[in-house]
Write a protein that binds this ligand. Sequence first.
Ligand code: PMV
Length: 319
Amino acid sequence: MPAISASAPGKVILFGEHAVVYGQPAIAVPVNQVRARAIVSARPDRPRGWVSLQAPDIGLESSLEELPADNPLSLAISGVFKATNISRIPAMVIRITSTIPIAAGLGSGAAVSVAIIRALSEFLGQPLPDEQVSILAYEVEKLHHGTPSGIDNTVITYEKPVYYVRTPEGEAGQVDRFNVAKPFTILIGDSGVPSPTAVTVGDVRSAWQEKGILYERLFASTGAIVNQARGAIENGDIAALGPLMDENQDLLVKMGVSSAELDHLVRAARQAGAYGAKLSGGGRGGNMIALVPRETAEQIADALISAGATNTIVTEVKN
Ligand code: PMV
């Protein structure tokens, strides 16, 4: 049996993080410059059911048996075994590698899940359709934080820009793929501060429970910005997107999920010529994004590095 390999991209949220958990829309796009990959190889020299995992990036080498059931990798694998209903599992090694920074808002967890689910289901002779890949990856996302909106697994599975609305039940939400009338350039800057999404999502939830109406308003204003941004992208009105990013950032600051480092990078990007900038993902650390002219993207990236960013990625948003 030949080895089977599958990969999945990173992602950034362009507009609407946090409010999306409360039913507002959000827009996310794939980031193809970074990817997670899973390679499944048969081990006919081992007994049936023997499954070994290698993830050198995180120093993991273990049999599936030895991993706790609530380990994300083990949950992705057992999800595929259940979905494919395989009774005799061939012995195999699953090797996972990724260039997506961890806990940085780039969707590394969901990308690893999607890569495993695709490679393993194909290895077992039953490649799963995208919809099921996304649902299984969503189940794993629930481990990372209790109330994921489902936007990460969706954009990473479909590898297209998505406009996403969570369903009230919180299961796989409603996805609209929309037209990007004119490609545009996004610069991603890493603050270098790891920030688990579970913490910021939990803090926003507590604040929402305490301050109700104030947070409801912040979420509703965010949703209105997301809808304007969708219209601008569909009409190729890129000039409108910069100010919308800035407005979204103001609301994220009010939600309490920015940080001194992120504010500093957002300011540095604007000063260096970005049309607009905001944090992206859970916040408090991780990445920020800026809408930049393609010709000066590298120059603005250098300005971010001088301002303390540990890494930058330039990516083109297109259909
Ligand atoms: O930090 P990330 O990229 O996983 O994004 C989190 C986005 C939130 O809206 C804060 C949470 C969610 O589940 O959508």
